[in-house]
Design a protein around this ligand. Structure first.
Ligand code: DGP
Length: 111
């Protein structure tokens, strides 16, 4: 755990979040500043700052997280959804704890 990291604090239960899924390794909760009618964040509980910081020992964890995305979306009754990962400077990443945005609900702009 990184004691300065907001998502580590959420993962540890030290900060509140509107959780929709949690197990021993990953957690999903609503984004505090939603950009879509359904906007969730899915995080590994382990502190990993960016995709660049992943290594092969994280393979099972990341596989589990990606496989959970459609399950979490299904729980929210989303048929289709967009997954976004902002990664590093210039990408829009604000929180340096790896997270996958799930965006869905009302039609979201395409690009
Ligand atoms: P990014 O720009 O990819 O780093 O996205 C960070 C997202 O995290 C942003 O959409 C707002 C959200 N966020 C920041 N702080 C909190 C928080 O304390 N709780 C929740 N639920 N979301 C947060």
């Amino acid at each position: 755990m990184d004691t300065d990291c907001i998502f580590c604090k959420i993962a540890a239960g030290d900060l509140p979040a509107k959780k929709v899924y949690e197990d021993d390794q990953i957690m999903a909760f609503f984004d505090i500043h939603p950009k879509a009618s359904v906007h969730l964040l899915v995080i590994p509980k382990k502190h990993i700052a960016t995709l660049n910081d992943l290594n092969t020992t994280d393979s099972a964890l990341i596989s589990k997280l990606v496989l959970a995305l459609p399950e979490i979306a299904k729980e929210q009754k989303l048929e289709g959804f967009r997954v976004v990962v902002n990664n590093g400077p210039g990408s829009g990443q604000i929180v340096y704890h790896l997270h996958f945005h799930i965006l869905g609900g009302k039609q979201i702009p395409t690009f």
